[in-house]
Design a binder for this molecule. Structure first.
Ligand SMILES: CC(C)(COP(=O)(O)OP(=O)(O)OC[C@H]1O[C@@H](n2cnc3c(N)ncnc32)[C@H](O)[C@@H]1OP(=O)(O)O)[C@@H](O)C(=O)NCCC(=O)NCCS
Length: 179
């Protein structure tokens, strides 16, 4: 099983049986407020976890959709991951979602930094990016804390939950990561 470790977390592949863990936060309206998906039905969360498991088995592996497992509490508290995109397979796109109970403890920044290290040091990626709703202050802050540059502000590019939203794009190059 694919595993990345941080001080407080283990980031690892999902198991099909763990859809209920994902559902504990994916069904939350507040958690999915800025997301294209959600709040999820049980069927939608099961599909997400099953897709994550199916994609993890593909070779070459392009999808790293991982559960955020809290070591001390011995439970899954969120999900994070990276998709490898582009013809060169040299670009990563990261994303994350955390159960509301654990917001504001630096968990997502800790997980994201680990994924950036994996992307640059192991996968030898050239660039890693992420997007977030311009109103999603917590998410933009996570990306900033990880050393990513605000590279773009797209105006009303996403239609989410009944209205057009602006999006920030944050990115970091391997050369910037090294310095
Ligand atoms: C976005 C999210 C992943 C952040 O996770 P987290 O573990 O709480 O993030 P961290 O604790 O690592 O960092 C959050 C930072 O944002 C800040 N922050 C959060 N909400 C804020 C707000 N409304 N105003 C100002 N700062 C805010 C925190 O203070 C912290 O910064 P600091 O360490 O400088 O104090 C979490 O809120 C979440 O799951 N949201 C719902 C799903 C989502 O939006 N995912 C991202 C889609 S792009």
């Amino acid at each position: 099983m694919f595993t990345l470790e941080t001080e407080r977390l283990i980031l690892r592949d999902w198991k099909r049986s763990e859809w209920r863990d994902a559902h504990s936060y994916a069904q939350d309206e507040e958690v999915s407020k800025f997301m294209i998906w959600g709040p999820n039905s049980e069927k939608e969360t099961k599909e997400f976890v099953h897709n994550a498991v199916d994609h993890a088995a593909m070779r070459p592996r392009r999808s790293f959709e991982l559960a955020m497992f809290h070591k001390e509490l011995n439970k899954i508290i969120g999900g994070c991951g990276m998709q490898i995109v582009g013809a060169e397979a040299a670009t990563g796109m990261i994303g994350y979602v955390l159960h509301r109970e654990f917001w504001g403890q630096g968990m997502t920044s800790e997980a994201s930094r680990r994924i950036l290290t994996f992307g640059f040091e192991v996968l030898k990626l050239h660039r890693i990016y992420a997007t977030c709703d311009t109103e999603n202050i917590g998410s933009a802050r996570v990306l900033e804390k990880c050393g990513m540059r605000k590279e773009a502000h797209f105006v009303e590019d996403m239609f989410i939950k009944g209205r057009w939203r602006d999006t920030f794009l944050f990115a970091i190059l391997e050369s910037e990561w090294r310095h």
